[in-house]
Design a binder for this molecule. Structure first.
Ligand code: FE2
Length: 249
């Protein structure tokens, strides 16, 4: 499995733009076009801003008001506010459609399905990203250190398994086995409601497996940051019984 940054998968000329800018407190798609001014023999650049869907703009503005950077967990009222907005979001609000070739069943399974993602917006307080998983692709078990994350499956069917740590990190030496409690282990089909994970609850460590081609919207507050020691770690899970039986011999 490979995770790559990059453009949107199944990109369509009319449905998806490749960059989004924050201009005058609005999220705007930036689509650069060039016009030749023959009389002056110069190249003149114009930036065209198609209208951003209201719900995406509402999400952006609410995120700027709610997230306050590292160490901050939004209160329940703000979590509910963001969930209400994200629950309403449709694939079209981020330039996607189930009719895109990427989301159509091909009948043949790619041997190394590649996970890609695109970032809609990122600042120190939060980021808005969309992950694209072809059929059978897996984002392996990974954590979200000190983050509150809102996830919404926009398209497709996905198996989600998630855990929370049972014991605090400080009590366990690094690179050792840690006990985790299963939080979720189910298949979800879009459209479904927003799920929320917190720094220590809600399934902070999770794995996505695409049953069909999927698109997932993630709102992360704060975003991953190597500089701030919030890098992503990957894990492998083992059944507790495998170790409890050995220790009882
Ligand atoms: Fe995640």
């Amino acid at each position: 499995m490979t995770v790559e940054t990059g453009g949107l998968v199944g990109q369509s000329k009319n449905n998806i733009t490749t960059t989004v800018k924050h201009v005058n407190n609005r999220v705007r798609y930036g689509n650069k076009t060039e016009k030749k001014n023959r009389s002056y023999k110069k190249m003149r650049r114009e930036v065209v801003f198609p209208r951003v869907p209201d719900v995406l703009q509402q999400l952006f503005v609410s995120c700027t008001q709610i997230f306050r950077g590292p160490g901050f967990v939004p209160p329940a009222s703000d979590v509910n506010k963001l969930c209400d907005i994200i629950d309403k979001m449709k694939p079209e609000d981020v330039g996607l459609s189930k009719n895109l070739q990427f989301f159509k069943p091909t009948g043949s399974v790619n041997r190394t399905p590649r996970v890609t993602y695109t970032t809609i917006y990122q600042c120190d307080q939060f980021s808005l990203c969309i992950f694209f998983l072809p059929e059978t692709a897996v984002i392996p078990l990974h954590n979200h250190p000190e983050m509150t994350v809102f996830s919404k499956l926009l398209l497709g069917k996905m198996h989600i398994k998630s855990y929370d740590w049972v014991e605090p990190k400080d009590s366990i030496p690094p690179s050792k086995l840690r006990l985790a409690r299963l939080k979720a282990n189910s298949v979800y089909t879009a459209p479904c409601n927003t799920s929320v994970l917190y720094p220590t609850t809600g399934g902070n460590i999770h794995q996505f497996t695409a049953v069909t081609p999927c698109a997932v919207l993630d709102v992360l507050g704060p975003p991953y940051s190597k500089e701030d020691d919030r890098d992503c770690s990957y894990y492998k899970d083992f059944p507790y019984s495998a170790f409890s039986s050995k220790s009882s011999r």
